[in-house]
Design a protein around this ligand. Structure first.
Ligand SMILES: Nc1ncnc2c1ncn2[C@@H]1O[C@H](COP(=O)(O)OP(=O)(O)OP(=O)(O)O)[C@@H](O)[C@H]1O
Ligand SMILES: [Mg+2]
Length: 442
């Protein structure tokens, strides 16, 4: 069976109303609870429309303006009113039997709920030039009230696309406004949403502007499943990410796990640095989080969390994305297969990299070693001996700059022993892979 690739081109369908029976099966709940949720929905729409360039402009943390411009297929004039109607979508269609299959979803959206939800609480306008159409059209919704489409200028650089503008979010529901955090906090949440979607789609260029200042600019990458992904992750997570991570790519039955898992020495104090994707959808999934924790449990202290960017791709019929109104949770048909794949692939990769340490930790240790270097030539013999001894280290052992050999805390036993002794449980550095340290010491 074919896995689902977020990079595959999709056939455009007209927007249609979902039958009531399908509407009743859709996970109900509040879709837009803060600006970042609106941004997420609008960027996902642009991705579903095949956009390769997405420009996001935000004012006042999203409470003043959210504008998303894309170069996707656009919305034909006749379909604009349907786009803002509840439970009308171009992404699901009834099969021959009249049933809508909610367990075979290839797109980010599927419910026809995001635009009407935004239109109900804000001033929403959509300007769009559909692929092949001569003109652009615009539709406006204010607090749920719809205006008919009118012709609009199209100054965008692309032949087709859409520009969706949301002004005065929650003006129609002032009680909601009281729950907003500071503009800065809302903007950070917006930025996080864009970054997560951008990690999943290296083939798409993103620009994020806040109050007229560009805060993120990402060029489209070629080869989005390999080098392009690595480059995009480095652009978002920093240059330290790739050298401190192990690349993974394993497939079991129909499920593929790829991406990067951080070395134990590159761990963090929160789980915020774990980025999980299922069929290109950023998710917060307990099963995946639990499996990652299990794979690292012998390598990390309880309060440390690995850095990771993990991508699961599986047939859409094997994963239910209709679990939560924000579409951030999923349910796997074969949960034990997914868990087994993650624990197995991560454990194997970590065992293979057992003696590697994070470059940042190694660099600081390297600095310490270099302090022993010239201009004190009398120290050289000691350092040479240190280098020679280091070469005889057993896997899992590491050496202190003093030359003392210790067992690596990468093994659970040693870690627990260290804890029993009351020593710091945070992992230490292994020099076994830091050849510059050796070279520099000689
Ligand atoms: N940027 C866009 N470019 C092209 N078509 C769009 C765009 N945004 C929305 N649409 C069209 O409008 C329809 C309604 O969008 P909306 O986000 O409300 O629902 P959805 O994406 O189908 O489902 P969901 O509520 O799960 O997001 C979409 O099905 C799509 O056809
Ligand atoms: Mg949508």
């Amino acid at each position: 069976m074919l896995l689902c690739s977020p990079f595959e081109a999709r056939i455009a369908m007209p927007i249609r109303r979902l039958p009531p029976e399908a509407v009743n099966r859709i996970a109900a709940g509040e879709v837009i609870e803060r600006p970042a949720a609106a941004v997420k929905e609008l960027v996902e729409n642009a991705l579903d429309a095949g956009a390769k360039r997405i420009h996001v402009r935000i004012e006042r943390g999203g409470l003043g303006l959210i504008s998303i411009e894309d170069d996707g297929g656009g919305i034909p004039r006749d379909e604009l009113p349907l786009a803002v109607e509840r439970h009308a979508t171009s992404k699901l269609a009834a099969g021959a039997s009249g049933d809508v299959d909610l367990l075979n979803i290839h797109t980010m959206g599927f419910r026809g709920e995001a635009l009407p939800s935004i239109g109900a609480v804000a001033r929403l306008s959509i300007t769009s030039k559909a692929r092949g159409a001569a003109d652009a059209w615009m539709i406006e919704v204010e607090g749920g009230a719809l205006q008919p489409p009118k012709p609009a200028p199209w100054a965008a650089l692309s032949e087709s696309g859409a520009r969706v503008e949301v002004r005065d979010l929650f003006f129609a529901t002032p009680a909601r406004l009281k729950f907003m955090k500071s503009e800065r906090a809302e903007m950070m949440a917006v930025s996080e949403v864009i970054k997560r979607l951008a990690m999943a789609r290296p083939d798409v260029a993103f620009v994020l502007e806040h109050d007229s200042r560009v805060s993120l600019r990402l060029a489209a990458e070629a080869d989005p499943e390999n080098e392009g992904r690595r480059a995009r992750l480095a652009a978002i997570l920093g240059a330290e990410f790739a050298p401190n991570c192990i690349a993974l790519d394993q497939t079991r039955t129909d499920v593929r796990l790829s991406g990067f898992a951080g070395l134990p020495t590159f761990s963090r104090g929160t789980r915020e640095h774990q980025h999980l994707f299922v069929n290109g959808r950023p998710v917060k999934d307990k099963l995946i989080v639990g499996a990652v924790r299990a794979a690292y449990q012998d390598l990390l202290a309880r309060d440390r969390h690995p850095v990771a960017a993990l991508f699961l791709d599986l047939p859409p019929s094997d994963v239910d994305v209709n679990v939560h109104p924000a579409k951030t949770e999923v349910r796997f048909r074969d949960a034990s297969l997914v868990r087994g794949l993650i624990v197995g692939a991560l454990s194997h990769a970590l065992a293979g990299a057992g003696h590697r340490a994070s470059t940042t930790t190694a660099q600081s240790a390297l600095g310490a070693v270099r302090a022993y270097e010239a201009p004190q030539p009398f120290l050289r013999p000691a350092l040479q001996a240190w280098g020679a001894a280091e070469e005889r280290l057993a896997p899992g052992d590491f050496m202190m700059p003093s030359g003392r050999v210790e067992s690596s805390p990468f093994t659970g036993e040693v870690l627990s022993a260290a804890k029993r002794r009351g020593a710091s449980a945070s992992p230490s550095v292994s020099f076994a892979d830091s050849s510059p340290a050796r070279g520099g010491a000689r």
